[in-house]
Design a protein around this ligand. Structure first.
Ligand code: IPE
Ligand code: IPE
Ligand code: MG
Length: 247
């Protein structure tokens, strides 16, 4: 039985989020510059997107660049921004072929103009697809998002559009940049680090976490299958008891 056959098609997560980590270490192991790792990470993005769409995953969110990543050496940041433009340009074909809708979350205004334009173009071009929605988290951090959400809600309260006493979880979720997607059932982090690094803190309240030592540029479809199979063996209790779940 192949790994893929072990996946229960009726128990697929709707939304998988991935912290794509380990590009720099992958390159270093090969005696290359960090950007060499980022370039190879693109192959993993393509394969993961194609595999997820083929399986029937509806939402895939990829943490590509954090707010904190702006503090990296200027040369790496510039190279990453350039790589982003090239990748979006080249990979739009993959999006069309697989009917994937592209989306982006984060402080996109902080991106260089050319990167933002390329991104907006690809988002517009693929808006018609509904096989899978792929979201790139760019210049994103959860605390940035939560801060924004608080400002937006405060603004609405100030304008009298909502009453403070009516603020609830639903309203908070609606004011997050992720408001168009369900919370991820599965969060994967590669490269053997056991942390969240400011990613989707609100949305992963009940996500299953999957950590793998595989460095992102080595991540292949089998690795995605393994993560999904692992996820399907878990019992998601949401605070209840096993007995209640089994009923
Ligand atoms: C992840 O790989 C990609 C980004 C954060 C942009 P890293 O660049 O963090 O690689 P490591 O963690 O240093 O190996
Ligand atoms: C998290 O990776 C951000 C992305 C994958 C884009 P980092 O490499 O920036 O995380 P830390 O610094 O190791 O926590
Ligand atoms: Mg890293």
């Amino acid at each position: 039985m192949s790994l893929k056959d072990k996946i229960d098609k009726d128990k697929l997560p709707q939304h998988i989020a991935i912290i794509m980590d380990g590009n720099g270490r992958w390159a270093k192991q090969k005696g290359k510059l960090r950007i060499y790792g980022h370039k190879h990470g693109v192959i993993s993005v393509r394969e993961t997107a194609e595999t997820a769409a083929e399986l029937g995953i509806k939402y895939l969110t990829l943490y590509a660049f954090s707010t904190e990543n702006w503090s990296r050496p200027r040369a790496e940041v510039n190279a990453l921004m350039k790589l982003l433009v090239q990748t979006i340009h080249k990979e739009t074909k993959t999006l069309h072929e697989n009917q994937i809708r592209l989306n982006a979350i984060g402080n996109l205004d902080a991106l260089p103009g050319v990167t933002r334009r390329e991104l907006e173009e690809a988002i517009k071009e693929t808006a018609k697809y509904d096989k899978m929605s792929m979201t790139l988290a760019l210049s994103y951090s959860s605390r940035w998002e939560i801060t924004n959400m608080v400002k937006e809600i405060a603004d609405k309260v100030n304008k009298g559009e909502i009453l403070a006493e009516n603020i609830d979880q639903e309203l908070i979720a609606q004011n997050m940049v992720t408001h168009l997607m369900p919370d991820p059932e599965l969060l994967i982090r590669t490269s053997g680090e056991y942390r969240i690094s400011n990613f989707l803190l609100w949305q992963i309240a009940y996500s299953e976490l999957y950590f793998t030592p595989v460095l992102w540029p080595d991540f292949r479809k089998e690795n995605l299958y393994e993560a999904i199979i692992d996820f399907q063996q878990r019992e998601r209790r949401f605070g209840k008891t096993t007995e209640q779940i089994k009923k």
